[in-house]
Ligand binder design. Sequence first.
Ligand code: 0X9
Ligand code: ZN
Length: 409
Amino acid sequence: MRSLFSIVLLMVLGSALAYKSYSGYQVLKSAPLTAASMPYINRLSKHFDFWGTPGVGRPATVMVSPEQAPLVVAAFNRMRISHEVLIPDLGPEVERERLEREALEVAHSMKPREAVYDRYMSCQEIHHYMRDLSAAYPEIATGIIFANGTEGHKVKGIKISNGNVGQKALWFDCAIHAREWITPPVCLRIIDEVIADPALRDLADWYILPVANPDGYNYSITTDRFWRKTRSPNPDPDCPGTDPNRNFDFLWDAGNPTDYCSEVYPGTNAFSEPEVSGIGNFILDIADSLVLYVAIHSYGEQILYPYGHTVEPVPNVDQLIAAGTASADAIAAVAGTTYTVENSASGLYFTYGASDDFAYGRGAVQYAYTYELSGGGSAGFDPPASLIQPVVDEVWPGIKALVDYVLAN
Ligand code: 0X9
Ligand code: ZN
C-alpha cells in the first residue's frame, strides 16, 4: 500500500516537475501605442514575447521572465511608453489552469467520432477523431498527412468533399502557434458542420488542418503552456524551435540569424520546418482551385488580410475588406463581439514569411486571412474551457459568411 502511495506521489511530482514554471513571470501592458513607437516595438518584439499583434492605437502586452522585466521596463521608459503590470505573477494561474485541464480530461471521456467543446482536446484525440470520421464516412472524408514534425507528431488534416469534379477549394488551419489552444475547436466545428451538411460540400471542397504545429501543441500541453514555435533543434540547445508563421517561402527574412531564442525566430531558411514545407507545398499543389485561405490564430479579435510587410494596399483590397466585413458582421450578430478588419501591417507591426501572405503572394489565392480569435483567461492565450463553446458558436457563422461571400464573388 505504502509503495503504491509512493508511486502515485512520484508520478504527481514528476508531472509537476516536468512542467515549466511561470513563477515570477509578469505580463506588462503598455498604453496605446503611437506610430512613433512602432519601430522600437518591432525591434523589441524580436527579443521579448509580445502577445497578440501590437499596433498603433492598441496597447502592447508582453510576457517577461524575472530577468527580462527590468530590461523591458527600462526600454518602455526610454521610449516614454507608459505601462502597467497586468499580471504580477503568472505562476499560480498557469498551475491552476493545468490542474483544471487535467481534472476535466479525467472527468470527460470522449466518445468516438465526437469533438468536445467543453475542454481542450489533445493532439492525439483530435487525430483519432479525424481517423474515425474518415473511417465512418470514407466517401466524403479523407485524412491527409502533410508532414511529420521533427519530434514525430503527424501534421494531419482532412479533406471533406462530395467528389464533384472541378470544384473550388477552401483551406483552414489552426494552432500553427502551439499555445493558441482556442483555435483547434474552431477547425473542429468547421469539420462538424461540413460533415453534417451536404450543401456545404456542394459549395466547395474543404481542407481543414486542426493542429498545424502538433509537436509544439503537444509540448504546450505536456511541458510549457506558452510554447509558440515548432520543436526543431537549434544550435543553442536552450532555445529550440522556429516560428512557423515566419518560415513560409514568401519574402522570408533571416533577421538576425542567431536569434534562436526569439519567439519569432524564422528558421535557417524558408521552409526549414517540415510542418511548414508540408503545408506550403500542399497549398501550392491545390492553388489552382483554392479560392480562400484562412489561418486561425489567437488573440486580438481581428480579421487580418495581406500583406504583413507593407501597408500598401493589395490589388483586391476592396474585396478582401468586403468579405472580411461580412464575416465580422456575422460574428457580431451572435453575441456582439466586435472583430476589426485590418491589413496585417496596418498597426505598423511588420512581418515576413507568414502563411497568409504566402497563400496570397505565392499561391495567388485571392482571399487570404488570419483570424485572431478572442483572448481570455489570466493572460489572453488561456481562455478557460468554458469559453470554447461561445467562441466557436460566434466564429462559425463568421466563417460561413466569409465562404458565402468569397464563392459568390
Ligand atoms: O504574428 C503572427 O504570426 C500572427 N499573430 S500572433 O499573435 N497569433 O502570433 C499574425 C499574423 C498575421 N499575418 C501576417 N502578419 N502576415
Ligand atoms: Zn498565432
